[in-house]
Write a protein that binds this ligand. Structure first.
Ligand SMILES: C[S@@+](CC[C@H](N)C(=O)[O-])C[C@H]1O[C@@H](n2cnc3c(N)ncnc32)[C@H](O)[C@@H]1O
Length: 286
């Protein structure tokens, strides 16, 4: 494991985020009172780290496994609508205390690991909110779910706690799959079917899924629209995120060419999250 790092003026943060869009292993921290940012990119091989250094300058160093797995800063508990409380806590005592302090909320415990999806990112938290809305509309039905690019498994776990039917979750990163399986066990949702699978090579079952979630970055979404369209059951709800505002037009245009459209689009910072479905099924949200 190698890490590439570089200091940059904070004014270039948008450019760096766009340059590395699609790479979940980039960490950007403000330093020097917000005037600069430190970019840290975790790479699987020295060759990959050297290629980045060659292109963008900066420095690289070797990282041992313990350091790689070391928790990054824990996210604060995140409240989602009046339903969830996401926490980094894993200890029974702390979780019991949290549950006591928040008796009406369901806890989701996601410790900070190197997999994406602790809830502190705008894309995850917006997906969670829209998922709560979808679950309310589908209450009492047995809605099936596919979570494409599951990361920590957070969206799949939330769907389970919202009384969905069977859930399929996948990620092409074996480490994310391992983390997601641990999290499904930790959150008493072990029947979520978590698979190592590249969405772009996925063959969804013929009946499709009632709710398809894909927090996947623009470039992947554009390539994945044909398979996403196939995986969405008639009258299904599609929830997508990971789209940089500057790329939204291209992403939605590509979706339209596969019969998919969006009736609710939410911008949080630079990130767009959208809810939609097959064109034939779309009705404006209430
Ligand atoms: C932005 S994270 C989303 C994680 C989580 N679903 C959430 O909402 O917080 C994107 C995830 O998709 C995975 N991913 C990216 N491209 C993929 C692909 N082609 N097939 C499967 N997983 C992919 C990444 O490994 C990463 O875990």
């Amino acid at each position: 494991m190698f890490v590439w790092s570089k200091l940059s003026a904070a004014q270039w943060i948008d450019a760096w985020e766009e340059r590395f869009a699609g790479n979940p292993n980039l960490v950007i921290e403000y330093v020097k009172g917000g005037r600069s940012v430190r970019l840290t990119l975790f790479c699987e091989s020295e060759k990959a780290a050297l290629a980045i250094k060659e292109q963008f300058g900066g420095s690289i160093r070797k990282l041992n496994r313990e350091e790689w797995n070391k928790p990054v800063e824990a996210p604060r508990p995140l409240k989602v609508r009046d339903v969830f409380l996401l926490t980094a806590e894993t200890q029974t005592k702390a979780l019991t205390a949290l549950q006591k302090a928040n008796p009406t909320r369901q806890l989701i415990s996601i410790p900070p690991e190197m997999a994406f999806g602790t809830g502190d990112h705008a894309t995850t938290s917006t997906c969670l909110r829209l998922l709560v809305d979808i679950a309310r509309e589908r209450k009492g039905t047995r809605w099936t779910v596919a979570d494409l690019g599951t990361g920590t498994g957070v969206l799949a776990i939330a769907a389970h706690k919202l009384d969905s039917g069977p859930i399929y979750a996948c990620d092409f990163d074996p480490f994310a799959v391992k983390v997601a399986i641990q999290n499904t066990q930790r959150n008493a949702t072990p029947d979520i079917d978590v698979r190592e699978q590249d969405v772009l090579k996925w063959k969804p079952r013929k009946t499709g899924y009632d709710v398809v979630m894909a927090n996947l970055f623009s470039t992947v979404l554009i390539e994945a629209w044909p398979v996403i369209a196939k995986s969405l059951a008639p009258k299904g709800d599609l929830l997508v995120s990971g789209i940089l505002a500057s790329q939204a037009w291209d992403v939605f245009k590509a979706a339209a060419s596969h019969g998919l459209g969006f009736t609710k689009v939410i911008r949080k910072g630079k990130w767009i999250t959208a809810r939609g479905g097959h064109f034939n099924d779309l009705t404006p949200p209430a």
